[in-house]
Ligand binder design. Structure first.
Ligand code: PMP
Length: 306
C-alpha cells in the first residue's frame, strides 16, 4: 500500500491529496507529454523540524530542462517556490519521495506541445528501500533503450517510461530483480530507472551521457566522489560481456541509491566489492551530513540560502 502525504499541489494550490484529481481527458494521460522529477526528502537529524534534500539545485535544473524540452517554460525558482510550499504543508518525521510532474493539462485530443496548457503538480509518498541494498540480480532486457533522436532522453519525460515499465516487468516475470537495457547501438545503457557502473581492472566505468542514458544526479555525484577519492573513472561505452566479467557492478539512482548487482543472467559476480563499499560508505556519510567537504550537497528546508 502506498502511503501518500496528506497534502498535494495541483493547479496552483495546496489541497488535500484525496481531492487532487484530474480529468480523464487530460492531454498528458493520453500522450505521455509530461516531465517529472523525483527527490528524497529526509528528516534532518541536525535541525529538528526541518528536512534535507540531496543537491536540490540539480533536481530543479533537470526538471526545468525537462519541461523546456516539452516547450513548457518553468524556471528553477518557480519550482523551488512550489516545492517549499509543499514541504511546509506536509510536516512530519518520515522520509518520503517527492514527485513533481509538469504535464499538459489541457483536455482533449491531438498530440502536440503547442497551444496546450501546462500545469505543475506535486505529491509525496513514503518510501523505504527501493531495491535490496544487499545486492540484486539483473537480466539483459529484450527491450532496447530509446534513442535521443526519437525522444529527448535527457529529460525525465513520462512517455519514455513505457520502455522502463516493460523492461522491469519482464525482468520480474523472468525471476530477476532488475533489467539492464542496451541502447540501439547494442551498448549498455542503464537499468529501468537507474544508471549503471562497473569496475574493471580497478577502474570505475560508466556509459557516457551520449549513450542514450538519463543524466542521473546520483551518477554525477558518484563520479565526483570517486575522483576525489583518487579512483580512476572513465565514461565510455560498455559492452554486454564486460558486465559479466566485471569485478563489481552497481546501479545508482535517487530511489535505488547505490545498489550492488550480484548476478547478471546466469553469471554470479564476485561477492567482495571493495570499491562499491567505499563509495557507498562515503555516499551514506554525505547523506548523514558527516562530511564537511560535501556539506553543500545537502540543503535543509525551510532554508534561506538556496
Ligand atoms: N535513469 C532513469 C531512466 C531514471 O529514471 C533515473 C531516476 N531518476 C535514473 C537513471 C537515475 O537518476 P538520478 O540519480 O538522478 O535519480
Amino acid at each position: 500500500m502506498n502511503n501518500f502525504l496528506p497534502k498535494a499541489y495541483l493547479q496552483g494550490r495546496i489541497i488535500d491529496f484525496k481531492d487532487a484529481n484530474i480529468s480523464i481527458a487530460t492531454h498528458a494521460l493520453h500522450y505521455g507529454t509530461a516531465a517529472f522529477g523525483g527527490m528524497r526528502v529526509e528528516p534532518s537529524s541536525k535541525k529538528p523540524g526541518s528536512v534535507n534534500l540531496f543537491r536540490p539545485e540539480l533536481h530543479l535544473k533537470r526538471l526545468s530542462d525537462s519541461a523546456r524540452l516539452l516547450g513548457y517554460s518553468l524556471t528553477e525558482s518557480q519550482i523551488l517556490k512550489i516545492i517549499t510550499e509543499f514541504i511546509a504543508a506536509n510536516p512530519g518525521d518520515k522520509p518520503y519521495y517527492l514527485r513533481p510532474l509538469a504535464y499538459t493539462s489541457d483536455l482533449g485530443i491531438a498530440p502536440r506541445t503547442h497551444d496546450v496548457e501546462f500545469d505543475l503538480l506535486v505529491y509525496g509518498v513514503e518510501m523505504g528501500e527501493y531495491l535490496s541494498s544487499d545486492g540484486i540480480s539483473c537480466c539483459f532486457s529484450s527491450w532496447t533503450r530509446g534513442e535521443d533522436r526519437g525522444l529527448p532522453l535527457r529529460g525525465k519525460i513520462s512517455g519514455s517510461y513505457v520502455t522502463s515499465a516493460l523492461a522491469k516487468t519482464e525482468a520480474i516475470n523472468r525471476g530477476f530483480d532488475e533489467a539492464i537495457l542496451l541502447n540501439s547501438r547494442g551498448k549498455v545503457a542503464e537499468g529501468s530507472a537507474m544508471n549503471i557502473f562497473m569496475v574493471r581492472d580497478g577502474v570505475l566505468v560508466t556509459p557516457p551521457v551520449t549513450a542514450d542514458i538519463l543524466e542521473g544526479i546520483t551518477r554525477r555525484s558518484i563520479l565526483e566522489i570517486a575522483t576525489k577519492q583518487g579512483l580512476k573513472t572513465v565514461e565510455r561505452d560498455i559492452d554486454k560481456s564486460e558486465l559479466i566479467l566485471a569485478e563489481e557492478v552497481f546501479l545508482t539512482g535517487t530511489a535505488a541509491r547505490i545498489t550492488p548487482v550480484k548476478r547478471i543472467e546466469q553469471y554470479d559476480l564476485p561477492d567482495t566489492r571493495p570499491i562499491t563499499d567505499t563509495i557507498r560508505q562515503t555516499f551514506n556519510d554525505i547523506q548523514a551530513q558527516k562530511l564537511p567537504e560535501y556539506k553543500d550537497w545537502i540543503q535543509s528546508f525551510p532554508s534561506a540560502d538556496l
